[in-house]
Design a protein around this ligand. Structure first.
Ligand code: HEM
Length: 371
C-alpha cells in the first residue's frame, strides 16, 4: 500500500497560473492544428500512393501548394501549442497516488504514448523541413505511421477528458496571477501570439509578398536560378554533366528515341504550373517544353496510359508514375520562365505537372515507359 501523503521530496507545483480553463482552450487549438496537419499529411501521402481507380487530379493546379503549405504551417504551430499545453498539465503528471487503479494505469500509459509520439512527430517534421536528418530510419515511414498513433491517442485522450474539457471551456479564464506577474489570460495571449508569429514567419514560403519576413522558412520562393529554388542539386544526385550521347527513350508499342536536337525541335507548349515542395515552400512559374501526352501517343499509348518517368539519377526519387488528368496536363519541360533549364533544374528535360508533389516532378529524364 502506498502512503496517503506523497514523500517529502515529491515535486510540488504552483497552480496559480495553470487551470483547466487554460488547458482546455490550448487543447482545443492544439486539436484543431493537429487535425488539419493530419488530414493534409494524408493528402500528401496520397500523392505517392494513390488508389488505382482514383489518380491525383490536375485541378486545382494549386491544390498541393495549399494542402502542403497548411500541413507545414499547422505542424510548426503545433510546437509552441504543444509546449504550452504540456506546461499547463505538467503538475497533473505528479498526482498522488501516481496510479489509483488498473484503468487509471492504462489511461496514464495512453497519455505517455500521446506525449512521446506527439513530441517525436513534430520534432522530426520540423527537422525534415530544415533538410537535416540526424537519424538512420526512414523519415517518411516513421512520420506517416506515427501520425496514426498521435491521431488515435489524441482521440482517446479527448474522449477521456471530454467532461473536464467541457467544464474548462464553460468556465471563464479567472486570473490567478501572482501580483506583478503574468496572468492566466496573459498566458493564453502569449501562446496565441507565439503561434501567430510562428505562422507569419513561415507563410512567406507560400505567399511571395510575405517572403521578406519568412524567417522560419528554409526556402524563399523565387530565390534561386531562373526564379525557382533548388532542393536537390545535380551534384547531390550524382549528375555532373549530360553526355553528348544522351537520348530520351520512349518505350511503348512503337518505341522511339530523341537526341538533344530532336528534343529541342518538338512542338513547344507553355503552361503556368506551381512547383510545390513537400517541405512547404511553393512558387508559380512559366514552364515550356513538349506535351508528355503527345509523346505517349506517338509511342502507341493514349490518355488512359500510365507513364513511368525514369531519371538519370540512381535511387532516391529517380522514378515516378503519372496518369489521368495529370498526364494530360504534363510537360517534359526544357524551359523555365522563358530560359533553357539549368542542370540543377533538371537539364536536359524534366517532368512538370499541376497539383503534384515537387519531388515527383522527376528531373534529368532519360526514359518514359508506357504501361
Ligand atoms: C498532442 C496533443 C495533446 C497532448 C500531448 C496532451 C497532453 C496532456 C497531458 C499530459 C495531460 C495530463 C494528463 C493527466 O491528467 O494525467 C492532459 C490533460 C488534459 N488535456 Fe490534453 N493533450 C493533448 C491534446 C488535448 C486536446 C486536443 C484537448 C481538448 C480540449 C485536451 C484537453 C485536456 C484536458 C481538459 C486535460 C485535463 C486538464 C485538467 O484536469 O485540468 N488535450 N493533456
Amino acid at each position: 500500500m502506498l502512503p496517503e501523503r506523497p514523500p517529502a521530496r515529491w515535486p510540488q507545483f504552483d497552480r496559480r497560473l495553470r487551470s483547466t480553463a487554460v488547458t482546455a482552450r490550448v487543447g482545443r487549438l492544439l486539436g484543431i492544428a493537429f487535425g488539419l496537419c493530419f488530414v493534409t499529411g494524408l493528402l500528401s501521402h496520397y500523392q505517392y500512393h494513390p488508389w488505382t481507380w482514383l489518380p491525383v487530379p490536375a485541378r486545382p493546379a494549386w491544390g498541393y501548394r495549399l494542402t502542403q503549405g497548411v500541413h507545414v504551417i499547422t505542424g510548426i504551430a503545433c510546437i509552441p501549442l504543444l509546449l504550452v499545453k504540456l506546461w499547463s498539465v505538467f503538475p497533473l503528471l505528479f498526482q498522488w497516488p501516481p496510479v489509483r487503479s488498473v484503468l487509471h494505469a492504462l489511461e496514464r500509459l495512453s497519455v505517455a504514448v500521446l506525449v512521446s509520439s506527439a513530441l517525436v512527430e513534430v520534432t522530426t517534421g520540423f527537422l525534415n523541413i530544415l533538410q537535416w536528418y540526424p537519424w538512420t530510419f526512414s523519415f517518411v515511414s516513421v512520420h506517416h505511421w506515427l501520425a496514426y498513433v498521435v491521431a488515435g491517442s489524441i482521440l482517446l485522450h479527448v474522449a477521456v477528458k471530454l467532461p473536464t474539457a467541457r467544464a474548462g471551456l464553460a468556465e471563464p479564464v479567472r486570473d490567478g496571477a501572482p501580483p506583478g506577474g503574468i496572468s492566466r489570460r496573459g498566458v493564453l495571449i502569449a501562446a496565441g501570439a507565439g503561434v501567430g508569429v510562428v505562422a507569419l514567419t513561415t507563410v512567406g514560403q507560400v505567399i511571395p509578398t510575405l517572403s521578406p519576413i519568412a524567417l522560419l522558412a528554409p526556402r524563399r520562393p523565387q530565390q534561386g536560378p531562373l526564379g525557382v529554388p533548388i532542393n536537390k542539386t545535380a551534384g547531390s544526385a550524382g549528375i555532373t554533366h549530360i553526355a553528348a550521347s544522351y537520348r530520351l527513350t520512349v518505350l511503348g508499342p512503337r518505341p522511339f528515341d530523341l537526341d538533344l536536337a530532336a528534343l529541342e525541335a518538338l512542338p513547344y507548349v507553355e503552361r503556368h504550373i506551381p512547383l510545390a515542395c513537400v517541405e512547404g515552400w511553393s512558387v508559380s512559374a512559366r514552364w515550356g517544353g513538349a506535351s508528355l501526352l503527345d509523346l505517349v501517343r506517338r509511342a502507341g499509348g493514349d490518355g488512359g496510359s500510365t507513364a513511368r518517368i525514369v531519371s538519370l539519377e540512381q535511387g532516391g526519387y529517380g522514378t515516378s508514375a503519372i496518369r489521368g488528368s495529370q498526364l494530360h496536363q504534363a510537360l517534359l519541360a526544357t524551359h523555365l520562365n522563358g530560359r533553357r533549364i539549368t542542370l540543377d533544374h533538371g537539364y536536359p528535360v524534366r517532368l512538370i505537372a499541376p497539383d503534384r508533389a515537387g519531388v515527383l516532378n522527376t528531373k534529368w529524364v532519360t526514359r518514359v515507359e508506357l504501361r
